[in-house]
Design a protein around this ligand. Structure first.
Ligand SMILES: NC(=O)c1ccc[n+]([C@@H]2O[C@H](COP(=O)([O-])OP(=O)(O)OC[C@H]3O[C@@H](n4cnc5c(N)ncnc54)[C@H](O)[C@@H]3O)[C@@H](O)[C@H]2O)c1
Length: 335
């Protein structure tokens, strides 16, 4: 049993509370939130846990092993650092922090204290993303060429972070996870239509050293609710549609082959191939529950989290490069 406190039980934190209260490997000892109404609601819904306003009460408890941080992003660093300083294992929602220097500091602090630091890169635990990763590993798509992500909806409009920092951590983490690599540069353009200085929509291009690319379109000012990842490989193309309840993955047996030596003209040398579309059975399971279970197991078995501090630092570095590019009108910025 891992003794856990959730700090921040707002819109997202309450989902972490729900999962951690139900998982047999966790004892949810504290739910901490500054907001009194939230505390009252939590105390009613989870009478076995203590609803508190001051995290220090939980940090002094020797039976508390781990702290799950789901406060708003600007407060991640301070709350996570206090928990690590108190010798607790820490899970932090994405993005790990708002600067890579702070993300690195937390990673180093966790290592020096022998504690786990895990980041809530939720999609790395999504069964459909792992299905795609397995397809790539088995060579089933041929050579992975490029990816593109669409994460658009109307809302939730944030005031402190722009759409890039709020939404793109998911896509950046998946791009790095599927390609097993870190991009070398980012070029991003976007615009702030609703609030000065807070971009509502961003189009970003991540370049990898070997020519692979990932394009990310994020927006909270869009008529469609789309959560889609498209992977184009040399032999097959794969689409993951998270809005489709039952058919999350489609594998298109489509491709193009270039045989430059056999004929003189390029047009004649390119053969297009269109075959069947396969809709495979993808394992089910709530990604957040799988993610929470993974964190508990890492604490119990002393193993490295999949989305560890280093993964968190990498994503924040890409976010920072994207911000620099946005400020320079789309000029590529090195990661
Ligand atoms: N993984 C995902 O898919 C996903 C989705 C949404 C949000 N998030 C992340 O979850 C985090 C929270 O987002 P949200 O939408 O729930 O925000 P929110 O504003 O709804 O909730 C934040 C809560 O934290 C509380 N809080 C702030 N500082 C605190 C402190 N020092 N001690 C105790 N409580 C404190 C606030 O009172 C509030 O209730 C953010 O980091 C966000 O990026 C992740």
């Amino acid at each position: 049993m891992v003794g856990v406190a959730v700090v921040g039980a707002g819109n997202w934190g309450k989902n972490l509370v729900r999962n951690l209260a139900a998982l047999p490997g966790a004892e949810l000892r504290y739910i901490c939130d500054l907001n009194e109404k939230t505390r009252l609601a939590m105390a009613q819904a989870y009478p076995k846990s203590r609803a508190i306003g001051d995290m220090a009460i939980a940090l002094h408890d020797p039976a508390l092993d781990a702290v799950v941080v789901a406060v708003d992003a600007p407060a991640h660093y301070k709350v996570a650092k206090a928990a690590l300083d108190a010798g607790k294992h820490v899970y932090v929602e994405k993005p790990l922090t708002l600067s890579s220097a702070e993300a690195q500091e937390l990673t180093d602090l966790a290592a020096s204290r022998g504690r786990k630091l895990m980041v809530g890169h939720l999609l790395e635990y999504h069964p459909a993303v792992n299905y795609m990763k397995d397809l790539i590993a088995r060579g089933a798509v041929g050579k992975p060429l490029y990816l593109y992500f669409q994460r658009v909806n109307l809302g939730i409009v944030r005031t402190t972070e722009n759409a890039w920092w709020s939404l793109a951590p998911h896509d950046i983490s998946v791009a790095c996870y599927l390609f097993d690599a870190t991009p070398t540069s980012v070029s991003a353009t976007g615009h702030a239509y609703l609030q000065e200085g807070v971009e509502d929509v961003v189009f970003a291009n991540l370049k990898f050293a070997d020519g692979r690319m990932a394009h990310i379109h994020v927006s909270w000012l869009d008529p469609h609710k789309i959560r889609k990842v498209t992977l184009v490989g040399s032999q097959k193309m794969v689409v993951f549609d998270d809005m489709d309840a039952s058919e999350k993955i489609r594998i298109y047996d489509k491709g193009a082959e270039v045989q430059r030596r056999s004929v003189e003209s390029y047009i004649e040398a390119i053969t297009l191939r269109t075959g069947d579309i396969l809709i495979p059975q993808v394992p089910t399971g709530e990604p957040l529950q799988i993610e929470c279970q993974h964190f508990l197991q890492c604490v119990e078995k002393d193993t490295k989290p999949r989305s560890d501090g280093a993964d968190g630092v990498r994503v924040v570095k890409v976010l920072e490069a994207g911000s620099r590019s946005l400020a320079q009108g789309g000029e590529p910025a090195d990661v």
